[in-house]
Write a protein of this length. Structure first.
Length: 128
């Protein structure tokens, strides 16, 4: 196995552990792939999707085992998510890589700001 493959596997493992601890999400993997490994944005997002699907499948098995899944809501969300993913994939094939990078970076910034300020509001509500 090549050193690049081993490094990629280690980066995926670290991102998975950090995600499980609540530190960011699989977007960390995209940042690693684009900034360190030199992978194109579109390919990095595809690998991120595979990363997410494996994680989600593991979580799904645990939730099914514990019988904690609202199946009607799950079906509705799955259909709308599939439609959104299809539209997003079509848009991603049309946009230049630079635009995808800016959009993804903007989404990460907005998500971080919402998480930062949203968690403070939640903490204030639980204190009262």
């Amino acid at each position: 196995m090549s050193p690049q493959i081993i490094l990629l596997m280690l980066a995926a493992l670290v991102c998975a552990v950090l995600s499980g601890m609540g530190i960011g999400n699989a977007g960390l993997f995209v940042l690693y792939l684009t900034a360190v490994a030199g992978v194109e944005q579109l390919h990095a997002q595809g690998l991120n999707l595979i990363f997410f699907l494996v994680s989600a499948a593991a979580a799904l098995l645990l939730h099914v085992k514990k019988r904690k899944i609202p199946w009607r809501l799950t079906l509705c969300l799955a259909v709308t998510a599939a439609l959104g993913a299809a539209v997003g994939a079509c848009v991603a094939t049309v946009l230049p890589t630079a635009a995808l990078r800016r959009l993804f970076g903007g989404m990460l910034v907005i998500s971080g700001v919402i998480t930062l300020f949203g968690s403070r509001k939640t903490a204030k509500k639980s204190d009262t």
